[in-house]
Write a protein that binds this ligand. Structure first.
Ligand code: SF4
Length: 204
């Protein structure tokens, strides 16, 4: 199992395999646990903050200088919010690297409160995956768990709005090969106060 891995110029942190969604394009739905040679399946046991911090220290001491440290992973990082916050707080205290969260934007819905304020002291950038520009398509593509489905599209947009108020840099992105109208997505992102970009799809 891999909790911290290098990809391009950055260090990526895989905190959890849990996710409130079941996206049609998710590697997990294809049974694929590998990414770029790393096995991202955490099995039954998610890492503690100390385990993650030790691994990051090890990779940095071995000579890797990351452009960014990114909470990403084979699941939704905010599902492990307490660990995420502890790791981010310790990294901020020890290093000057930029910290980024890649998220689907349902963290506040899952935790029942606005978590962007809790992330703000430590997280420099948030990238939110949009996946679709209307609720019907969004539900069809990201397939949220039934208990989140009804509120999910609005909650994701509320998360973007709050993030733009509390966090330095917020961007909404779509994956290049998913057939999403990038112009519409850009308009929606900008209307929520966020920047927009199209990102490359990475499979294993
Ligand atoms: S949000 Fe990410 S981890 Fe969750 S189902 Fe979608 S692709 Fe998979």
């Amino acid at each position: 199992m891999t909790t911290v891995y290098q990809f391009k110029e950055s260090l990526y942190i895989n905190l959890t395999n849990r996710c409130p969604n079941a996206c049609v394009f998710c590697a997990k739905s294809k049974g694929n646990k590998m990414f770029n040679g790393y096995n991202l399946d955490l099995g039954e046991k998610e890492p503690s903050a100390q385990e993650v911090l030790t691994e990051i220290d090890k990779q940095i001491s071995a000579g890797f200088t990351p452009k960014e440290i990114i909470f990403c992973g084979y699941g939704e990082p905010t599902m492990a919010l307490p660990v995420l916050l502890e790791v981010a707080k310790n990294l901020k205290a020890k290093y000057s690297y930029s910290l980024r969260l890649n998220t689907l934007g349902l963290g506040s819905l899952v935790w029942g409160r606005d978590i962007t304020k809790e992330l703000a002291p430590y997280i420099d950038k948030v990238n939110i995956s949009l996946n679709a520009t209307d609720e019907k398509t969004w539900l069809k593509i990201v397939r949220p768990a039934p208990k989140y489905a009804e509120e999910s599209f609005k909650a994701m947009q509320d998360f973007v709005r709050s993030a733009t108020k509390n966090i330095k840099e917020v961007a909404v992105s779509v994956v290049s090969n998913q057939g999403i109208d990038a112009e519409k997505a850009k308009k929606l992102a900008n209307s929520l106060g966020a920047k927009f970009f199209v990102r490359e799809y990475f499979d294993a």
